[in-house]
Write a protein that binds this ligand. Sequence first.
Ligand code: SF4
Length: 137
Amino acid sequence: MCLTNDELDVKMDFRSLALAGTMLGSGAVIVMDEDTCMVEVAINACSFYTDESCGSCTPCREGNRWIKRILDRVKEGASSEGELSVIEELGENMREGCFCALGMAAPNPVLSLIKKFRDDFIKHIELKHCPRKVEGN
Ligand code: SF4
């Protein structure tokens, strides 16, 4: 899950991060600047979980694939704002229906990015390229 520039002063401990709606996880921190495409970040996170899924249960196996397909369409500008709601619904179903912790956690980065950078996703759809880059990506 991500923190915005307004949350840079959040302490890096379990309690503070939980209060900010995120978690310490493995303790790794990825810092992104204002040129980073949030749709690309979401696609990369979703691709990781799609690859890591063992495929045993349907919500994880199919949920990751569905979310990845929609994100690819968002990137191409071939999606709609309504499909962001589909991602959110799929993510909630994964949190509740996946068999193990990997699947339950899989939608968290994407849901967090859509929640905190929703305008980026909508502009991506409207402009058919990344709003953070002049030439698109
Ligand atoms: S939730 Fe766990 S058991 Fe289910 S497919 Fe994903 S990795 Fe496998």
